[in-house]
Write a protein that binds this ligand. Structure first.
Ligand code: FAD
Length: 309
């Protein structure tokens, strides 16, 4: 515990002079309309100069966004020239259908897939595999590897997946996904840095040395965050509830509080040694951009100018 305290020490300089030695990635969801696509494009263009390691585009429940995910990823690769990963789930799809989707990704230049089991459409309905499909993400990873030499990421759960009988079982499952050929994992979001540090310790004890990128949900809409957290079993700390209490009718102040909370969260992760940050952007640029900026990450040209000055 002493070590952990040291890792998050609050005497780490308050953003001053952080060298920007971080790797970032940004997650988007596929927009439903042309107008929303135009908005996403602004976001992509704002974030692209930060030179993310990759960006990724989610796959709607039950494959509902199959074509939109494909089109969005393909456009990002073609026009923004960013390495873009496509998410893919096992829900409601036979192995042959998954093969067709994966082959179309490969043809479009997609080399990185975030391979997931997925959830059934309605909340709370237990996952039932398609009779000719993959039963879980580990099987999907193995299947994808027989289709093309994709770079594969999988999901990890610092607070365990709600279907897991225990954290050890959950970590065993992550191990199966990595053993099946995944190169890294991206974590579910969480709101206490210590949750991630404890998870890192458990992964190390289990002999997992593949990178596990913390998933950062920059909280801007607290009511929405409460819903997301309930759906995936992430603990929402009481202090956060109380920080946002009374701000419903003060949207501008709420935004400032939100930005402060997210920035402080990332600073403490950084102080604890984290250098990879995967942002759940919710198709908005400003909070992720601001956090990257505070952590010292600047567009290449801007950094050059600053150094020159
Ligand atoms: P799995 O790794 O297969 O595990 C699910 C559960 O089943 C775990 O509890 C595991 O322990 C258990 N399990 C698996 N195999 C076995 C076995 N052989 N025996 C016993 N237990 C087993 N959802 C979407 O619909 N679209 C997305 O684009 C999307 N993107 C995501 C991105 C990230 C980074 C994360 C963290 C989640 C994402 N999700 C997405 C949500 C995800 O689909 C759900 O969390 C889903 O319930 C589990 O998917 P998984 O890939 O983690 O499943």
């Amino acid at each position: 515990d002493q070590l952990r305290e040291a890792r998050t020490a609050l005497d780490t300089p308050l953003f001053a002079g952080l060298p920007g030695d971080i790797r970032v990635s940004f997650e988007f969801f596929p927009p439903k309309t042309d107008a929303l696509m135009a908005q996403l494009w602004d976001v992509v263009e704002t974030l692209a100069p930060l030179q993310p390691e990759f960006v990724s585009v989610t796959y709607g429940a039950g494959g509902s966004t199959r074509d939109r995910t494909h089109d969005t990823v393909a456009r990002i690769i073609r026009e923004a020239r960013l390495p873009a990963a496509a998410h893919l789930t096992c829900v409601d799809a036979s192995k042959a259908e998954i093969r067709a989707v994966a082959e179309a990704y490969w043809e479009a230049g997609v080399r990185h897939i975030v391979a997931l089991r997925g959830d059934m459409g309605a909340p709370g309905v237990p996952f039932t595999p398609h009779p000719d499909g993959y039963a879980n993400a580990a099987e999907l990873v193995a299947g994808l590897k027989t289709i093309a030499p994709f770079d594969i990421s999988v999901a990890a759960y610092p607070e365990s997946h709600p279907d897991s009988p225990s954290q050890d079982a959950d970590i065993d499952n992550l191990k199966r996904k990595l053993d099946a050929g995944a190169a890294r994992a991206i974590s579910q979001f969480f709101f206490e840095p210590e949750t991630f540090f404890r998870y890192q310790d458990k992964l190390a004890a289990a002999g997992i040395d593949a990178p596990v990128l913390p998933g950062i949900l920059p909280v801007s809409n607290f009511a929405q965050t409460r819903k997301f957290a309930a759906a995936c079993g992430a603990a929402l700390p009481a202090w956060m509830e109380s920080l946002f209490a009374g701000l419903d009718t003060h949207p501008a102040s709420r935004q400032l509080v939100a930005a402060t909370v997210s920035a402080e969260f990332c600073r403490r992760l950084y102080a604890g040694g984290v250098r990879d940050f995967h942002f759940y952007t919710l198709n908005r640029a400003e909070l992720s951009y601001a956090i990257c900026h505070l952590l010292g990450r600047r567009p290449k040209d801007a950094a050059g100018l600053e150094n020159a000055a």
